[in-house]
Design a protein around this ligand. Structure first.
Ligand SMILES: [Fe+2]
Length: 696
């Protein structure tokens, strides 16, 4: 490490308002008299965004004696007993940052484990945290990291983290995780107070953990309205022992999804009850709270984000003007979404570059969630929307080379106006971020270029055109149906733009890892499915939620027992049995397989009537799974293992986090550019039951 590197690190630390520490020439035992007082650091410790030589360290130490600020010391050591302390730094905390702080420690060695703790002036110390630095650019050893999303301690238990910790502690050093990529829904801003929903949420008991001081009640739930409300959510979530232990064990690389701001939020707008509301002040508050609680190398208009965060002065102003990329040009909107830029890339040795994007701050309005789109869905067909309608809504005025249809087929075959015919095509990334993303992807020299898209990219579709006549109304669509639009699974044009570039530039080793769908998916990244040409350019994975409820749990409670299409989602052959999730068959094999299974209970017979054109892109779907995913990447292969746990209704109370439902791996050998990627599946543990097998 040169003097220049050191100067750069200090300049960086100064720029982000973080305290800076530097590795000493020689390690020595701590001279501080530390007494661990976890009660004084109720949210524990964390580390984030490590690179080869540095890492951000975080804690929160509130003081309630009336002072506005204090100074802590952070110590970094090569051992958990602090006999070999290699760096120390003074770190201010203040009420202005909700008593959170971060320190950037530099001069570290690549691929090393370090231990750290914070102490106040009286020697009261935080718990000891563990962190790791990234491997050097020429370190060709395999890389391991986990990706996770969607945790909600008000509705469930974080057993998945406990399992992850247990397995990592038991693993050989070379098999341990390097970091955890958190793909968002770190908090859920919507919270149900127990009295508002005495029946609980599906199978869940509602915990009385959060009461927003200035919250707003919408229907039966509550949302934050200001900085204190958002901060309260983070403070509360981080009291969860499993989450807190996970943050103390590994560095996290965090990105927000929707719930860090607002359920149906886009740019600085919120949508509730079909109304779009300007919410610039809330977007800034959400960004500030995120920044205070997530140690991350994110930026503001001035450069790397500063501690304490300097919120721009904004007010909630209507946004009337949207540019040709759907971006609201209203100045308060631009200031609010510009107050924190989260998209960034993280390198981990020569094999992994994780390119992380933001799917909410720049996106154009979701065309599928608009009130005008409601007549496209028919309750008789559950969540199915004709594929051609989804494509028209996605493309807007660019549909079919600038020839959008005047009308779309709605319920019962009725024509409804194509409200998108003169609007620009949908973008989820927005123009500026997309340009950055494509450049970064094109320039990446890593063996595996991994798109950290917090939302899924794999298409979810069904084949209602194959329903037997008479079961329900005739399907009004021309063919396939899309389900659950809103992410890159139905952002057809933008996804094609990205995948076309991957093909054109002959980029091998392209993968995406995602969260948000509360379900496990493994498959191939392709811009189109049959009857269009199916030409995969990469591999794609989605992890189940840590604890938030998933679709299977919801339909078990909400899908009417007498619905004609119930067998496509659930099969229940006797009253005593728990319903089985046939939706996993629906997405991979189609309606005929579901109906066969519901009638005979014979999986082999069901798969024998599979529709092979429905989902050649899918190797695996489990719409009811919870847990986490582990990536192993080296010079020749990428392996993603899903670790699925039972529905996490309550804490297992066990050191290992409780039982495993199954463990399955999907592996891609590195392909040459122009060759099709392939996935091979291995069942490692548990029963495949309705989830079943390979692409073939
Ligand atoms: Fe979620």
């Amino acid at each position: 490490m040169s003097a220049l590197d050191r100067r750069q690190l200090l300049a960086t630390a100064l720029a982000i308002g973080a305290s800076a520490g530097w590795r000493r020439a020689r390690a020595r035992p701590s001279r501080l008299r530390a007494r661990e007082r976890r009660d004084l650091y109720p949210q524990g410790v964390a580390s984030g965004d490590p690179d080869m030589h540095s890492v951000l360290l975080w804690t929160r130490r509130p003081f309630d004696d009336g002072r506005a600020s204090a100074t802590l010391t952070v110590e970094v050591a090569k051992d958990p007993a602090f006999q070999q302390v290699i760096a120390a730094a003074a770190v201010p905390v203040s009420a202005a940052a909700d008593w959170t702080c971060r320190a950037l420690i530099g001069g570290l060695r690549p691929a090393q484990i370090y231990w750290y703790r914070f102490l106040d002036a009286e020697g009261a110390a935080s718990r000891v945290g563990r962190t790791l630095t990234a491997p050097a650019a020429d370190d060709s050893r395999p890389v391991r990291f986990a990706f996770v999303s969607c945790q909600n301690p008000t509705q469930g238990a974080q057993n998945a983290y406990r399992r992850m910790i247990f397995e990592d502690e038991a693993a050989a050093p070379q098999d341990q995780l390097g970091f955890v990529f958190h793909e968002g829904d770190f908090i859920y801003e919507m919270t149900w107070y127990p009295e508002d929903r005495p029946q609980g949420m599906y199978d869940r008991r509602l915990r009385d953990l959060i009461r927003y001081p200035n919250g707003e009640k919408i229907r039966d739930f509550h949302i934050p309205t200001d900085l204190n409300d958002y901060r309260l959510a983070y403070r509360t979530y981080l009291l969860d022992p499993d989450l807190q232990d996970a943050r103390a064990r590994w560095p996290f690389v965090a990105m927000w999804d929707n719930h860090e701001f607002s359920f149906l939020g886009w740019q600085s707008l919120q949508e509730f009850k079909g109304e779009v509301r300007p919410s610039q002040t809330r977007k800034v508050a959400a960004n500030q709270a995120w920044f205070e609680y997530q140690p991350a190398r994110v930026t503001t208009p001035k450069g790397l984000a500063r501690d304490p965060f300097e919120p721009p002065a904004v007010h909630d102003a209507p946004i009337d003007q949207f540019d040709e990329h759907g971006l609201g040009r209203e100045p308060n909107n631009l200031a609010a979404i510009g107050s924190l830029t989260g998209y960034r890339a993280v390198s981990w040795g020569p094999h992994v570059e994780l390119i992380i994007t933001d799917q909410h701050s720049y996106r154009s309005r979701d065309p599928f969630g608009r009130p005008e789109a409601m007549p496209l869905s028919d309750p008789a067909f559950l969540d199915f929307v004709p594929q051609e309608a989804l494509e028209a809504l996605d493309a807007g005025r660019d549909y079919a080379g600038g020839h959008p249809p005047e009308t779309l087929l709605g319920q019962g075959g009725k024509a409804i106006p194509n409200f998108r015919k003169s609007e620009p095509a949908q973008t989820i990334l927005g123009a500026e971020q997309k340009a950055w993303f494509l450049d970064r992807l094109r320039a990446s020299r890593a063996t595996w270029k991994i798109w950290g898209n917090t939302q899924g990219t794999l298409e979810a579709r069904a084949d209602p055109q194959n329903l037997p006549a008479g079961l329900t109304k005739p399907w009004p669509g021309a063919g396939y149906a899309g389900l659950s639009p809103g992410d890159h699974g139905t952002a057809f044009r933008e996804r094609a733009e990205i995948y076309d570039m991957v093909a054109r530039e002959k980029i091998a080793g392209f993968a995406t890892v995602a969260g948000d769908r509360h379900s496990f998916w493994a498959g191939l990244a392709a811009k189109a499915l049959p009857p269009a040409r199916f030409e995969p350019v990469g591999v794609a994975f989605i992890t189940g939620s840590i604890s938030a409820p998933g679709m299977v749990e919801a339909v078990e409670h909400n899908l009417p027992k007498d619905h004609a299409l119930r067998p496509l989602y659930l099969a229940q052959r006797s009253k005593a049995d728990r319903p089985e999730p046939t939706v996993n068959l629906l997405l991979r094999h189609g309606v005929r397989a579901c109906l066969e299974y519901a009638a005979s209970g014979d999986l082999e017979k069901a798969v024998a009537v599979s529709n092979p054109d429905l989902a050649p892109h899918l190797a695996f779907v489990d719409m009811g799974g919870h847990g986490y995913a582990v990536v192993r990447a080296d010079a020749t292969a990428l392996d993603v293992e899903f670790v699925c746990i039972p529905r996490p209704l309550e804490s297992s109370g066990r050191e290992d986090g409780g039982p495993i439902r199954y463990r399955v791996s999907h592996r891609a050998e590195l392909w040459r550019a122009g060759e099709p990627p392939r996935l091979a599946q291995r069942w490692l543990e548990g029963d495949p039951d309705l989830l079943l097998t390979t692409i073939g």
